[in-house]
Design a protein around this ligand. Structure first.
Ligand SMILES: [Zn+2]
Length: 377
C-alpha cells in the first residue's frame, strides 16, 4: 500500500486543480493520465464520467468505487475590461459571497485574484447563480474560478485545502488503484470519477440510469462529509449507514466492517466510525434508486463547502482518516469474500439457536394469548 508521502503528493496534486460542476476537465485529465501511467484501461462514458478498471486474478463482480470530481466554484461567462460576470455552481449560503475574494485560473497562465462585487440568486431555489467580479488581471470567458484559499497545506495531522469535497475522494481512489498495481494484488475494482455531483448528482444518476455497470457489482460511494457527533475528524473513516434518501446495503456494510475488524486486529490504532449521515445525499443514492446494492464511506470534514464559522475558509480533514480509508479500501478490494458470497447482516444461525431454546414455550402459549383478535368486533 502507498506510504503517507505518496498519498500526500497525490492528494496535493488533485486538490490543487481548479474544478466546478460541468468543468471538471483538469481533474479528469490528471486522473486519466494517472491511470495511463499505471497501465490501467480508462474511458469516459457519454456523460464524461471517467471509468478506470483494475482486474487481476479475479473473476466475478467488481467493487465499483465512486468519487466526484467537482466542487463549488465558478466559470467566467462575460468579460468587459477587468469587470467579469461568472456562473456559480454548488450550494454555498449567499452571506459568504459578500466582498468575497476569489482566484481565477486561466489555463497555462498565472492565476488572477479578484473580488465579488455583486451576486444574483435564483428566483426559485435562492441559490447563488451569477457573480460579478472585479479582477486584478486579464481574464477570458471559460476561465475557472475558486475562492482565494490555499490549494493544499498540511499542518500536523490536518489537511487544509480549498476543495477536499470531493477531490480528496478522487485522490483516495487514485491512491487505491496505485496501491493495487504496485502490490500486483488479486482484486477486481472499477473506479468511476463522476461529474456534476454538486449540481444534483447528475453524472452518477446518468450512469445509474444507463445500467452500464452490471447490476451485481456493489457500488461504494467515497465522500468527504460534514462532521457529526457520530462522525468526528480524526476518529477514522465513516462507514455510512445511509444518507438523507437511502439506507446502505447491510451486506456490504458487513463486509466493510469485517475488513475493518481485521485491520484493527493487526493495527491497534486503526479505527472506523459508523454513522447515519442524513444531513445530505451521496451518489450511492442515485445507484440505489436504480436497484444497485450500495454503501458509502466518508471522511469527516470541517468547513463544509468552504463555509467556515467566520466566513469563507479552506476545508479540513484529518490525515489519519485519509490513511485509514486507504488501508480499508485496499483491504476490502483484496479480501477473498465479496458481496453476494454468503455475507449476512445478521447470522440467522444465532437467531435460530435462540428460537430453538424457547420455541416450545412460544407455541405452547399461543392459546393462552390474553386478547385474541376478533375480526367481527
Ligand atoms: Zn459537496
Amino acid at each position: 500500500m502507498l506510504g503517507t508521502g505518496r498519498l500526500l503528493t497525490l492528494s496535493k496534486q488533485v486538490c490543487s486543480l481548479p474544478t466546478a460542476s460541468f468543468h471538471e476537465h483538469r481533474v479528469l485529465g490528471f486522473l486519466r493520465e494517472h491511470a495511463a501511467r499505471l497501465g490501467l484501461p480508462a474511458a469516459q462514458d457519454r456523460w464524461g464520467n471517467l471509468h478506470v478498471r483494475y482486474r487481476h486474478r479475479r473473476r466475478g463482480p467488481a467493487w465499483v468505487l465512486i468519487a466526484h470530481a467537482d466542487h463549488p466554484g465558478f466559470v467566467i461567462t462575460h468579460v468587459a475590461g477587468q469587470r467579469c460576470r461568472a456562473r456559480w455552481f454548488g450550494r454555498v449560503a449567499p452571506a459568504y459571497f459578500r466582498g468575497g475574494r476569489v482566484r481565477v485560473h486561466p489555463v497555462g497562465a498565472r492565476s488572477v485574484g479578484g473580488r465579488i462585487t455583486r451576486i444574483r440568486q435564483s428566483g426559485t431555489t435562492a441559490r447563488v447563480e451569477t457573480l460579478w467580479i472585479d479582477a486584478a488581471g486579464a481574464l477570458a470567458p471559460g476561465d475557472l474560478g475558486t475562492w482565494d484559499l490555499p490549494a493544499f497545506r498540511r499542518v500536523g495531522n490536518a489537511i487544509i485545502t480549498r476543495a477536499a469535497d470531493d477531490l480528496i475522494g478522487c485522490a483516495l481512489l487514485a491512491a487505491t488503484l496505485e496501491s493495487l498495481v504496485r502490490a500486483e494484488a488479486s482484486a477486481a475494482v472499477t473506479v468511476v470519477y463522476t461529474r456534476a455531483e454538486e449540481a444534483g448528482l447528475l453524472g452518477a444518476t446518468a450512469l445509474a440510469r444507463a445500467a452500464i455497470i452490471p447490476g451485481d457489482h456493489p457500488i461504494l460511494s467515497i465522500e468527504t462529509s460534514r462532521e457529526l457527533p457520530c462522525a468526528r475528524r480524526g476518529a477514522g473513516p465513516v462507514v455510512r449507514l445511509g444518507d438523507k434518501i437511502a439506507a446502505c446495503d447491510p451486506g456490504i456494510q458487513q463486509l466493510i466492517l469485517a475488513a475493518a475488524a481485521e485491520l484493527s486486529a493487526r493495527h491497534p490504532g486503526f479505527r472506523v466510525q459508523r454513522c447515519l449521515m442524513d444531513g445530505g445525499t451521496c451518489e450511492a443514492s442515485s445507484f440505489a434508486a436504480f436497484g444497485y446494492r450500495t454503501a458509502g464511506l466518508a471522511i469527516p470534514l470541517a468547513n463544509y463547502h468552504n463555509m467556515g464559522p467566520r466566513g469563507v475558509a479552506a476545508e479540513r480533514i484529518d490525515l489519519r482518516d485519509l490513511r485509514a480509508a486507504l488501508a480499508l479500501l485496499f483491504a476490502l478490494a483484496t479480501r477473498r469474500r465479496r458481496p453476494g458470497e454468503g455475507e449476512r447482516a445478521c447470522d440467522p444461525a444465532r437467531l435460530v439457536a435462540a428460537l430453538a431454546r424457547a420455541e416450545a414455550q412460544l407455541r405452547a402459549s399461543v392459546s393462552a394469548a390474553p386478547v385474541p383478535w376478533d375480526e367481527a368486533r
